[in-house]
Design a protein. Structure first.
Length: 152
């Protein structure tokens, strides 16, 4: 089943079950997907990869907002709880990320594969890893691990 269709069906079930919290998150995802679909210059297909990209971008935005709400302490507790729920729902659709050991092994393998020995070439490595493992690793983590390994 296509991911977009799955989102639509879950939204319908949430509305029927009067689960407004889930329905609101799914509506937001669908809205962002529609924005991407109607964006100037978009001529591609709406496939699972695009849907995952939209959900991933939304999750990243929620994570940044969560940090801000946690800073204000008790005043932001309600909003922080809502953001945690939304992040968890988004993560249910996203591929599981690699743990630290797996990222370290992947970076070590790609460093050898690309023949990179200088920290100035880390950008090339990050680009290569992000092409093949988008959604599973963060670019910042790849860069940090690569720099650690190159220092030695």
């Amino acid at each position: 089943m296509a991911l977009e269709q799955e989102l639509n069906e879950r939204l319908t079930r949430s509305i029927k079950a009067k689960d407004t919290q889930t329905a609101d998150v799914l509506r937001m995802v669908k809205s962002r997907l529609q924005e991407r679909r109607t964006a100037k210059g978009f001529s591609g297909q709406v496939d699972d990869a695009l849907v995952l990209d939209v959900i991933g971008a939304y999750r990243k935005q929620l994570q940044k907002a969560l940090v801000e709400f946690e800073k204000v302490g008790e005043r932001g507790a309600t909003q922080a709880a809502q953001l945690r729920f939304e992040i968890a729902l988004c993560e249910g659709y996203l591929p599981k990320g690699l743990d630290e050991a797996a990222v370290r092994e992947l970076v070590r393998e790609r460093l050898a594969g690309l023949g990179i020995t200088d920290a100035k070439q880390v950008g090339r490595l990050v680009g290569d890893v992000m092409k093949t493992h988008k959604g599973q690793v963060e670019a910042g983590d790849v860069k940090r691990v690569a720099e650690e390994l190159l220092k030695g």
